[in-house]
Design a protein around this ligand. Sequence first.
Ligand SMILES: [Zn+2]
Length: 338
Amino acid sequence: MLTVLDHLPEQLLDLEAHQLYDQLGGPTLIHLAGRRDPPLFVSVLLHGNEVTGWQAVRQLLRRYVHRELPRSLSLFIGNVQAARHGQRRLDSQPDYNRIWGPGSTPEHAMAQAVLRQMQQRGVFVSVDLHNNTGTNPHYACVNYLDRSTLHLATLFGRTVLYFTKPEGVQSMAFGRFCPAVTLECGKPDQPHGTQHAYEFLEACLHLSALPQRPVLRQDIDLFHSVAIVKIPEEVSFSFGEAGEEPKGSQPHLRFLPDLDLLNFRELPPHTRIGWTNNGFHLEVQDEQGQDVADRFFYAQDGEIRTRVPLVPGMLTLNSRIIRQDCLCYLMERYPLAG
Ligand SMILES: [Zn+2]
């Protein structure tokens, strides 16, 4: 299931994300030699609709077509099959950013093969490039809080999200043996997202080492995700003010039309996020898998409001993504020691 190459296929850099499948046929790991070792590891298109990573890599590698890379680079191009259809994943596939832990699918085995190869080569730093579907600031996600990892994250920006669930994400697996980040580069197809990711990768290629001093508290806005919010399969929902639907066809839940503008904002208690026509239907799970909906939200007079101060992240208005992944994560500020 994994193709391994030691060179860049000709004209690969001319291809858009949706054209990669025709050339590569599946997940591909490309090892490119540079002046310094061990390699920088970069993964793109674990989610097929999140094309900024591929755009940034194209921009980066075009600069080194006739020049030696300052550091070796191992590039993993993930779900080209879903990218072909502009989808996060196909219905028949597991999520390519949940396959990096234990599991029995061919995709899990493929991810293990990538991890094994990279462990053998050693890895300087791992970078996994993603997009959000909703409006979010650019931010880095980390799964470990050591100094090198936090320095790497703040090289991208001051907003950093620390999480330990869900498991099976790429940066959690690579973080066990090198500094690893997941970068959320805004919505796909935004030129400034590509530019930001490109500049980060260029900086990583030129780094000889990450600083060992502590990251200063004033240099980082560190958040910790405490819960995930899902909408149960049988619950219908929509966005926008109450519409003109005939009685009986209203959705169970209706959210603010621009809900994603709340991402990374510190919401005071009793903030209204939407309406419910029939009780309360959000499913909120903490990191231990406990249902904690009542701790964070309440319904009153047909409105859904927050109960405690909280910071939502990754809110999206895209119903398919909400069904495939979640409505959002709930975060709080994480105190940094030192
Ligand atoms: Zn993603």
